[in-house]
Write a protein that binds this ligand. Structure first.
Ligand code: ZN
Length: 73
């Protein structure tokens, strides 16, 4: 039971850390400059792929401000 709680907390902490480090967005546009026309889907970083394999995430790059962000479908 205690081990289960520890594992859960660890998973939650990693998820939050990754989501804070890679900008998170729920919409189809850049969270920084709000442009929707200049984004393109790119392969996810290996960190995101391994740590957030259970989340349906998509990784985008915004060519307007050259920033990358993560989107949860
Ligand atoms: Zn942008």
């Amino acid at each position: 039971m205690n081990l289960f709680l520890t594992a859960g907390a660890l998973v939650l902490a990693t998820t939050l850390l990754v989501l804070v480090f890679y900008r998170l967005s729920f919409r189809d546009r850049c969270p920084d400059c709000k442009h929707a026309h200049a984004i393109e889907r790119v392969p996810r970083p290996i960190v995101v792929r391994t740590l957030l394999f259970y989340l349906p995430t998509q990784y985008f790059v915004c060519y307007s401000c050259m920033k990358r962000f993560l989107r949860i479908k």
